[in-house]
Design a protein around this ligand. Structure first.
Ligand SMILES: Nc1ncnc2c1ncn2[C@@H]1O[C@H](COP(=O)(O)OP(=O)(O)O)[C@@H](O)[C@H]1O
Ligand SMILES: [Mg+2]
Length: 492
């Protein structure tokens, strides 16, 4: 791809960008959110047309103007947004999700299901039934189906735009193995991910994007994470983690007593103080999800939840919100953002009530709230009227946070909020968490990244097999101790 340029009105998504990959290689694209990675991918897949620049594959210019033409040319893309039809089964999606094939209804579903089962098996996918309706699958399983659907067309170039963000741990391993196999078969794999360890493990080469253009190409063996991060940000990295001056007060603003859900979580007792960032660690699936979801009224648990010393009746998210609790959940696709609506409208949804004066929303007041939040959170967009669907993932995540802040909660449940966001947004989220604590809020912060727990939290609870098995604070709050406790080992 040579000299690719693409503007959306005033926004220059790509400016003279070059990208080249060789058969047999896994080539990573790195860059902050908004750097232009997805736009490059959309142009390669012919979903979007470039203003300028050329594309060639195996030395032959790619002239097709349609996504289907790109698929026929051997370019298979797993887009950042899922494209499955929720009411279709896995098999129906794999075979009919896209393109004008018209065998729907003519092939008996039994054969369709058999074909899909064989396909899933051939790619080493287990635990997904072709007959299941996609809406009943987890996000991780849906992502696997999406990937298999693209693989089914046996692409020469497989493009994966942040595919691991929604994948469970074992599925990530599956995907990385698969990528290796494809590279060994002399295919090209283009891989976009914000997880440096994955990129380092799997990629042969990396092209770094910044502000709509390539700023460096490196062989993975000849670079370092520091160099890559510096290239991405265009500056040396300092203050990646904020200063951790303690603001922990005496008042317990959130307490659980014997919280439990049979088979998922047992006897969880925790106290979150005003001004405290309380971390929750442990391996994935040790009860962290039930804990967060029951605090937010999505899962029903036995035991008590106390807010500022008073027992709170949390039956659903609404009652949780009115108790002053806000949840930033992990499922990126399901955070209640309305992609077709403006940033302004998304942010003010929960506060619309309080913004109404005499039955009318004062637009002036609404704009003020939104402008403030956009400034505090450094949301990058053309204006507050920009549709959320046009924003990069990191900026969408900030809109989610802004939306919650607008309801003025004092207890924040942050469930792996930095998962899948770029380093620039990550550091902004860490600073935001510490700022929220300094302002007297309490934050319960689950992270799958041990470093984040060590550097952002005042105290960390480690969960193992559904229980809190360790509490680490002060000098005991170290990476080694968190890992040891996560594996169920004793910590001194
Ligand atoms: N459909 C669109 N309309 C307007 N602006 C867009 C659209 N798609 C992308 N952009 C803008 O182009 C820039 C690059 O976005 P993108 O390619 O999604 O970045 P990345 O994938 O690296 O996060 C961003 O500023 C983004 O807001
Ligand atoms: Mg993107």
């Amino acid at each position: 791809m040579e000299n690719i340029t693409k503007s959306y009105g005033e926004v220059k998504a790509l400016v003279g960008a070059d990208f080249a990959a060789t058969r047999g290689e896994i080539h990573a694209l790195l860059g902050e959110n908004g750097a232009g990675k997805s736009t490059l991918v959309r142009i390669l897949s012919r979903v979007v047309r470039q203003d300028k620049g050329s594309i060639s594959l195996d030395g032959v210019p790619v002239h097709t103007k349609s996504p289907l033409g790109a698929i026929k040319a051997g370019i298979g893309t797993v887009f950042q947004e899922l494209s499955l039809v929720p009411v279709f089964t896995v098999a129906e999606n794999v075979f009919f999700g896209r393109g004008p094939q018209n065998i729907f209804g003519t092939m008996p579903s039994r054969i369709l299901n058999e074909k899909t089962a064989a396909l899933l098996a051939s790619y080493g996918v287990s635990g997904i039934d072709p007959k299941t309706e996609v809406s009943r699958l987890t996000v991780s399983e849906q992502q696997v189906v999406e990937i298999v659907k693209v693989l089914a067309r046996e692409p020469q170039v497989l493009v994966l735009d942040e595919p691991t963000a929604g994948l469970a741990e074992d599925r990530v391993e599956w995907l990385l193995r698969l990528m290796r196999q494809l590279a060994e078969q002399q295919k090209i794999v283009i891989f976009i991910s914000h997880r440096m360890n994955e990129v380092k493990n799997v990629a042969d080469k990396v092209t770094v994007f910044r502000n709509g253009t390539h700023v460096g190409v490196r062989a993975m063996g000849e670079t370092t994470s520091d160099e890559l991060v510096s290239l991405m940000l265009g500056r040396e990295v300092t203050n990646y983690f904020p200063k951790k001056d303690s603001h922990v007060g005496n008042e317990v603003i959130l307490e659980t007593q014997g919280l439990g859900i049979t088979g998922k979580m047992t006897d969880v007792n925790l106290k979150l103080h005003r001004g405290e960032v309380l971390g929750v660690g442990g391996l994935v699936g040790q009860g962290q999800t039930p804990l967060f979801l029951s605090l937010f009224g999505i899962m029903k648990a036995q035991g008590n939840i106390l807010v500022s010393g008073t027992r709170a009746m949390i039956r659903n998210p609404r009652s949780s919100i009115s108790s002053g609790i806000a949840l930033i959940p992990e499922d990126k696709g399901n955070q209640g953002l309305v992609m077709s609506m403006a940033i302004r409208e998304n942010i003010t949804l929960p506060v619309l009530q309080s913004l109404r004066s005499n039955g009318l929303v004062s637009l002036r007041k609404e704009r003020k709230v939104v402008a403030d939040l956009m400034q505090v959170l450094k949301i990058k967009a053309e204006s507050m009227e920009a549709r959320v669907g046009t924003l990069s993932g990191g900026n969408q995540q900030k809109v989610v946070i802004a939306k919650l802040l607008s309801a003025h909660p004092s207890i924040f449940l942050m469930f792996d909020p930095t998962r899948g966001v770029d380093v620039g947004t990550k550091t902004e989220i860490f600073h935001l968490i510490r700022d929220l604590a300094r302002d007297g809020n309490g934050i319960l912060f689950y992270s799958t990244t041990t470093d984040e727990l060590v550097h952002v939290c005042d105290r960390v609870l480690v969960m193992y097999d559904g229980r809190i098995t360790e509490e680490l604070g002060g000098g005991r709050l170290t990476k080694e101790n968190i890992i040891r406790a996560s594996l169920g080992e004793a910590v001194n």
